[in-house]
Design a protein around this ligand. Structure first.
Ligand code: BG6
Length: 308
């Protein structure tokens, strides 16, 4: 009806008829979450898209959606014998209608709770029972928060361990004008050099060629500065000590079927992760990993001087 406000939470159909949940807040802020993968595919402030999703992304199981925020669980990359980045990103999640309460009550109306549990088939691949609860919240100011709660529900006293990442693809206007701050002087494993350990020398991470690094024991707060757009993404994380920075650059971009040849210019992945020290859960134990992101506009270089 005319003048009627769109609902804060709406379940509808997305690309290829896949189920998605749309979250809405004031000032044209929104987020979209696909049940396929428990995958955030859009985050907008003032109607402007802040996440990158490839024009060639395949919204069709079993391929994970290229872009947005894929969830890497229970394995990051090939750190183990499972498929690359684990299976959570290509499983069908469900809406969790009765999630256990959170310690703090959210003031937001725009959130959704999803749940993933293993099927009989899944247990053959990774023989562990778990409940993975994901809450995606769009805050009243347009900020985006993802909270993962993973519980070991094994009944035979079995502990399990896993690695994890929120594999976030941020949209940037020009990768050569982007800096990632907060990682300077830290140690990293370079995926392009057999995961050898180095120490970051620059005063920020900048991009002139392919970058694929796992920074270790990183601070809770990181920032991505997009000079051309004059905006900064401020990221906060909790329970996730590591941070992956990835841009495939031209050669690898061309080799990916679901990624445009020039799209590397408009994205950067800064991933909140737990990789170096896998998370270990005894039966009935629960782990929480939180990731929060907001965007600021700046008008001069001085405006972002105090971020990190
Ligand atoms: C990053 C890894 O997290 O994900 C890269 O560090 C990898 O090595 C990239 O290439 C993309 O992975 P995928 O499986 O989505 O193509």
């Amino acid at each position: 009806m005319e003048g009627e406000k769109a609902p804060a939470v709406e379940v509808c159909k997305g690309v290829n008829g896949l189920d998605k949940v749309v979250l809405r807040e004031a000032r044209d802020c929104s987020a979209e979450v696909y049940l396929y993968g428990g995958h955030v595919t859009s985050w907008k402030n003032d109607g402007e898209e802040l996440l990158f999703v490839s024009n060639k992304a395949i919204f069709k199981p079993p391929k994970a959606i290229r872009g947005g925020i894929p969830i890497c669980f229970p394995q990051f990359s090939n750190f183990g014998s499972l498929e690359q980045h684990g299976f959570a990103r290509n499983k069908q999640w469900s809406i969790d209608t009765d999630p256990p309460p959170f310690p703090t009550v959210t003031s937001s109306r725009a959130f959704v709770d999803l749940i993933l549990k293993p099927s009989e088939e899944d247990l053959k691949i990774w023989p562990n029972s778990y409940e993975f609860r994901l809450r995606v919240t769009l805050g009243p100011g347009g900020d985006l928060m993802l909270t993962s709660r993973i519980r070991n529900t094994n009944t035979e006293g079995k502990t399990f361990s896993f690695t994890f990442a929120y594999h976030t693809y941020f949209f940037v206007s020009d990768i050569s004008e982007v800096r990632v701050e907060g990682l300077e002087t830290l140690d990293y494993l370079d995926n392009l050099q057999e995961r050898k350990r180095f120490t970051e020398q620059g005063d920020a991470v900048v991009f002139e060629s392919e970058v694929d690094k796992i920074y270790l024991s990183t601070p809770a707060k990181l920032a991505i500065l997009d000079h051309e757009k004059k905006r900064t993404f401020v990221l906060r994380k909790d329970g996730l000590p590591d941070a992956v920075v990835w841009n495939p650059w031209d050669k690898k971009a061309k080799a990916m079927a679901d990624f445009g040849d020039d799209e590397y210019k408009h994205m950067v992945c800064v991933e909140a992760a737990a990789i170096e020290k896998p998370i270990e859960l005894k039966p009935n134990e629960e782990w929480t990993g939180r990731y929060f992101s907001l965007v600021w506009s700046f008008t001069s270089d001085m405006d972002h001087a105090c971020i990190c």
